[in-house]
Design a protein around this ligand. Structure first.
Ligand code: UDX
Length: 474
C-alpha cells in the first residue's frame, strides 16, 4: 500500500461539537508524539467559532496547531466547508444541518480527501474520523487508506450501539417509553436498565435525525479496520473484552487536555478566569456546576437548581451557557438571583474546566455526565453529583453512581425539586457519605494515571494500535 520508509500520515476528522473536538485535538497531539504526520480537519464554521472565542478576526489564516509544531510535532491544519453560509445557525437548525451532512456532505469529503491525497502524493495512510460520521468506510475504501473510528464515549455506550440487533430481538429497540426493565443479555454488560439506554433509541425518537445518525453510525463502524475508544481497560474490562472478540478496539484513554501540555485553542466560548475567585474560598468548599457544551434543559430545572444551590449554602461556580435553555439563556435564572448569591456563587458563560476542577477549592462537580467531564472529574479526583440529560449521559450516570460509586444522583423522583437538590448537594459536599465517594474516586484517579504511564494499559494499547496499523499499511 505504501513505502515503509514513510511516516504514517493520518487525516483526523472530528464531529463539529466541543465534546468531540476536545478529545480529537488531544488524540492528534498523542499520535504526532508517536511519530505520525497529522492533517487535522475542522469545519470552516468551527474555525470561525474558535477564532471568535479568541477575540481575533475570523480570517482563515489562524493555525491552531502552531504551538504544537513549535514543539516539533508534525500537525498540519486545514478546514472544510459544509455548504452552509457562515452565519447559518447550525445548532438551532439541527435537522437541516444534519440532513445535509448525511446526504450532501460525503461527496464534499470525498473530493476534499481526494485533493489532499493528490497533493500529498498518496502518502496519507489512514483516516481517523468520529464514529458518528457514517461516510468513512466508503471513502477509506475508495482511496485505499485504513479506516480508524474514534469513539469518544465509554465502551458501555459502544456496546449498546453495537448490539442494537440483540436489543431489537428482545423487544427493547425501539424502546417503549413506559417499559422500565433490567437488561442482562448484552454481551459484556452485566446489567443495565432500559432507563439508561441512549435517548435516541426510544420509540418516540425513531423518526428523528438523531436516531438516524446514531443507528447508521453504529452499523457503519462495524466496517472500521480499528476502533479507538477514549476509555480505560481497567474501567470497562468485561465490555471491552467482549467487543475485542468482534472487532479490534483499543482503550487508549484518558485522552484529555488535562494531560496535554501543548496549547491548542479549542473552546467555542471565551474562557472566564475563575482563579482569583477560587483563591478566596476554603479548601474543597466549592461546587462546580456545568452541563457541558450541548445539552439543553428547561426553565423549571434551572430554577430548581438555582434555588437548591442557595438553600444548600455551599459556594459554587455555575457555567450558565447562553443556550442552556432553548432561546432563553441566562434569563432563565430566578429574578434577582445574582444579587441574592452575592460572593457565594459565580455565574460564568464558560471557563477552562480542567483548570477549575484542579483547583483545591473545588470539592464537587454537579455534572450532566458528559464523558469528557466525567473523565476530567476522575483525573482531578472530584466526586460528582449527577443530572444526566440526554445521549449517552444516563448510561454514564450508571457507571459513575451505581458501578464505580464515585458520585450520587441529584434527585431520585421524576420531578426535580429544590429541597432535594439542596439536600443532595450537602451530602456530596459535607456529608459523611462523601468520604466514601472521595476514597473511591481517588482509587480510580490512580487507575487512570497509571493507565497512561509507560507500562500502563492505555499506553500499551496505543503502541499495539500503532503496530497493528503499520502492519496493515506497509
Ligand atoms: C457531548 C455529549 O453531550 C456527551 O454526553 C458526550 O459524551 C460527548 O459529546 P458535552 O455535552 O459537551 O459532549 O459534554 P462533555 O463530554 O462533558 O464535554 C464538554 C467539554 O467541554 C469538556 O471537555 C469540558 O472540559 C469542556 N468545558 C465545559 C469547558 O472547557 N468549559 C466549560 O465551561 C464547560
Amino acid at each position: 500500500m505504501a513505502n515503509s520508509q514513510l511516516k504514517p500520515h493520518a487525516i483526523l476528522f472530528p464531529l463539529p461539537y466541543q465534546g468531540h473536538i476536545n478529545p480529537f485535538v488531544d488524540l492528534a497531539i498523542k499520535l504526532a508524539s508517536k511519530g505520525f504526520t497529522i492533517t487535522f480537519v475542522h469545519f470552516e464554521f468551527v474555525h470561525q467559532r474558535l477564532s471568535k472565542s479568541q477575540n481575533s478576526n475570523t480570517n482563515n489564516e489562524i493555525d491552531f496547531f502552531s504551538e504544537a509544531r513549535k514543539s516539533g510535532l508534525d500537525i498540519r491544519y486545514t478546514t472544510i466547508n459544509d455548504g452552509f453560509p457562515r452565519e447559518f445557525d447550525r445548532l438551532n437548525n439541527y435537522d437541516e444541518f444534519w440532513k445535509s451532512l448525511l446526504q450532501d456532505f460525503p461527496a464534499r469529503v470525498d473530493e476534499f480527501i481526494g485533493e489532499i491525497l493528490q497533493f500529498e502524493q498518496s502518502m496519507v495512510t489512514s483516516l481517523i474520523a468520529d464514529t458518528f460520521f457514517s461516510w468513512p468506510p466508503t471513502i477509506a475504501k475508495k482511496y485505499n487508506i485504513v479506516n480508524v473510528s474514534f469513539f469518544t464515549q465509554p465502551a458501555l455506550v459502544y456496546s449498546i450501539g453495537y448490539h442494537l440487533d440483540i436489543l431489537r430481538e428482545n423487544g427493547h429497540y425501539p424502546l417503549k417509553e413506559s417499559v422500565v426493565e433490567e437488561i442482562n443479555y448484552i454481551p459484556g454488560v452485566k446489567s443495565i436498565s432500559t432507563k439508561e439506554l441512549m435517548h435516541y433509541l426510544k420509540e418516540g425518537e425513531i423518526e428523528t435525525l438523531k436516531h438516524k445518525i446514531a443507528s447508521r453510525a453504529f452499523q457503519e463502524v462495524k466496517k472500521a479496520d480499528f476502533v479507538l475508544d477514549n476509555t480505560v481497560q481497567e474501567l470497562e474490562s468485561e465490555t471491552l473484552d467482549d467487543l475485542n472478540k468482534k472487532q479490534p478496539i483499543y482503550a487508549i484513554g484518558p485522552i484529555s487536555s488535562f494531560l496535554t501540555k501543548i496549547i491548542v485553542t479549542k473552546s467555542f466560548w471565551s474562557e472566564f478566569d475563575c482563579t482569583k475567585w477560587l483563591e478566596s474560598k476554603p479548601l474543597n468548599s466549592v461546587l462546580y456546576v456545568s452541563f457541558g457544551s450541548l445539552a439543553q434543559t428547561n426553565k423549571h430545572v434551572i430554577q430548581e437548581i438555582a434555588h437548591g444551590l442557595v438553600l444548600s449554602e455551599v459556594n459554587f461556580i455555575w457555567v450558565v451557557r447562553e443556550n442552556i435553555v432553548k432561546s432563553d439563556g441566562i434569563n432563565t435564572l430566578p429574578d434577582g438571583f445574582k444579587d441574592e448569591i452575592g460572593d457565594k456563587g459565580l455565574i460564568i458563560p464558560w471557563c477552562d474546566q480542567t483548570l477549575v476542577l484542579l483547583n483545591p477549592a473545588v470539592g464537587g462537580f454537579l455534572t450532566h455526565c458528559g464523558w469528557n467531564s466525567t473523565i476530567e472529574s476522575i483525573l482531578c479526583s472530584t466526586p460528582m453529583i449527577c443530572y444526566p440529560i440526554e445521549y449517552d449521559q444516563p448510561a454514564v450516570r450508571k457507571l459513575v453512581v451505581d458501578d464505580w460509586k464515585i458520585g450520587i444522583n441529584l434527585h431520585d423522583g421524576d420531578l426535580i425539586h429544590r429541597d432535594e437538590v439542596a439536600k443532595n448537594i450537602r451530602i456530596l459536599m459535607t456529608g459523611t457519605d462523601s468520604l466514601g465517594l472521595k476514597q473511591e474516586i481517588e482509587k480510580l484517579k490512580n487507575v487512570l494515571h497509571k493507565a497512561i504511564e509507560k507500562d500502563g494499559s492505555s499506553e500499551r494499547n496505543f503502541d499495539h494500535f500503532v503496530e497493528d496499523l503499520k502492519a496493515k499499511i506497509y
